[in-house]
Design a protein around this ligand. Structure first.
Ligand SMILES: NC(=O)c1ccc[n+]([C@@H]2O[C@H](COP(=O)([O-])OP(=O)(O)OC[C@H]3O[C@@H](n4cnc5c(N)ncnc54)[C@H](O)[C@@H]3O)[C@@H](O)[C@H]2O)c1
Ligand SMILES: [Zn+2]
Ligand SMILES: [Zn+2]
Length: 377
């Protein structure tokens, strides 16, 4: 079938993107879903910094590629071998498909699926196929098995979680990345207990979701840190008890003074080495620093092994919030329904597919949390 999609043709075009137009919104053809695959009508797709990092070259991926990995939609058609979904179902996309058979999948860690990681690095669906083609017939790459900046998409059934039909699609979309990543980093990776001292460093979509997760987990203090004062003000309305400007060179001693020696859990959600350094410095002796950020793969973080040993510190990475999507999306949705995770507060507005470059300018300038693209058809 024919559809329209935002195709990234070249990496590293300069901002402003409204002028350089790294994403070209144009007609593309979509093959029918193959074995185990599903045709989805995209109803909403969030703009995440990980998409921006592909555009600016911090997260190198093969091009041409249809971006977008945080999305919700409706099943239109299913290929052979699809047993868990049928037309009309509402779904949230998970940006790591899981094979169910590899070592990590067998250990209950589908976010680390080996086949899923390989397919994502190659820009294919889990099957290895590419179902997207340019008008000249050349194949386009899929982004994280989702490619949601489009009107329709074909995905593996293992990239999809069925959800109840009564939640608005724009709110559902953010569960696919920001909520799983931010809430999961707190609940699954750090396992923050009630009464803990928590800091969140970097208050974008992921960080604000982490803040909501820390509040839901019952943290007694939530320290919010960012370089953007507007984000600090917003964080105060979402449950932050203390806010600090990361540009202040004394931010670490200030947090230590405010928390009696630093926080027990610091969650880095900025994607900058400087933010990870801040996160580590505001963590107390015996504490845990969790990083969700994805700076350029060549970036390095200097750490004192002696400090790690003598203070029994933990430094832990968190990918997709260590989530099992089919378990955690329904859990977080129910928390949202009960008012425990007001993820609607993460939304900064809606844009059309045609305005996608302008949307990335707004994310790049730090003006928004989650902008959601809603296709017009
Ligand atoms: N681990 C995962 O599974 C996963 C999933 C999604 C996104 N990510 C990554 O998480 C990061 C955040 O994504 P997002 O979409 O929330 O980004 P965003 O652009 O919406 O937010 C980033 C925030 O960090 C702040 N910031 C930048 N430098 C800082 C510093 N030195 N100290 C403190 N704050 C700083 C910015 O002002 C901004 O508020 C990105 O690196 C993204 O690629 C990881
Ligand atoms: Zn994302
Ligand atoms: Zn697997």
């Amino acid at each position: 079938m024919q559809t329209r999609a935002a195709v990234l043709t070249a990496i590293g075009k300069p901002a402003p993107y409204a002028a350089s137009r790294p994403l070209e919104v144009r007609p593309v053809s979509l093959e029918e879903p193959g074995y185990g695959e599903v045709l989805i009508r995209i109803r909403a797709a969030g703009l995440c910094h990980s998409d921006l990092s592909v555009i600016n070259g911090s997260r190198p991926r093969p091009v041409p590629m249809v971006l977008g990995h945080e999305a919700a939609g409706e099943v239109v058609d299913v290929g052979p071998g699809v047993d868990r979904l049928q037309p009309g179902d509402h779904v949230v996309c998970a940006f790591v498909p899981s094979c169910g058979h590899c070592g990590p999948c067998q250990e209950g860690r589908p976010n680390l699926c080996e086949a899923g990681a390989e397919a994502n690095a190659r820009g294919t669906l889990l099957s290895g196929a590419r179902r997207l083609h340019a008008e000249d017939g050349d194949s386009l790459h899929h982004h994280l098995g989702v490619s949601a900046f489009a009107e329709y998409a074909v995905m593996s059934q293992h990239s999809l979680v069925r959800v109840p039909p009564d939640v608005p699609f724009d709110e559902l979309a953010v569960f696919g990345c920001a909520v799983m990543t931010g809430v999961g980093a707190v609940v699954n990776t750090a396992r923050v207990p009630a009464g803990a001292l928590v800091a969140v460093i970097g208050l974008g979509g992921v960080g604000l979701a982490a803040l909501l997760g820390a509040a839901a987990a019952g943290a007694r203090r939530i320290v919010a840190i960012d370089v953007n004062p507007a984000k600090l003000r917003l964080a105060e309305t979402l449950g932050a008890t203390d806010v600090f400007d990361a540009r202040d060179p004394d931010v670490a001693p200030q947090v230590q003074a405010a928390t009696g020696g630093g926080v027990e859990f610091a969650i880095e959600t900025a994607g900058a080495v400087a933010a990870l350094e801040t996160a580590f410095r505001v963590t107390r002796r015996g504490g845990m620093t969790v990083t969700t950020g994805l700076p350029h793969p060549d970036a390095r973080f200097a750490l004192s092994p002696a400090l790690l040993t003598a203070e029994e510190r933990t430094l832990k990475g968190s990918y997709v919030g260590s989530c099992v999507p089919s378990r955690d999306i329904p859990r977080y949705l129910e928390m949202y329904r009960r008012g425990r995770l007001p993820v609607n507060r993460l939304l900064s507005g809606h844009i059309s597919l045609d305005d996608i470059n302008d949307g990335f300018d707004r994310l790049d300038r730090g003006e928004v949390n989650r902008l959601v693209m809603v296709p017009s058809t």
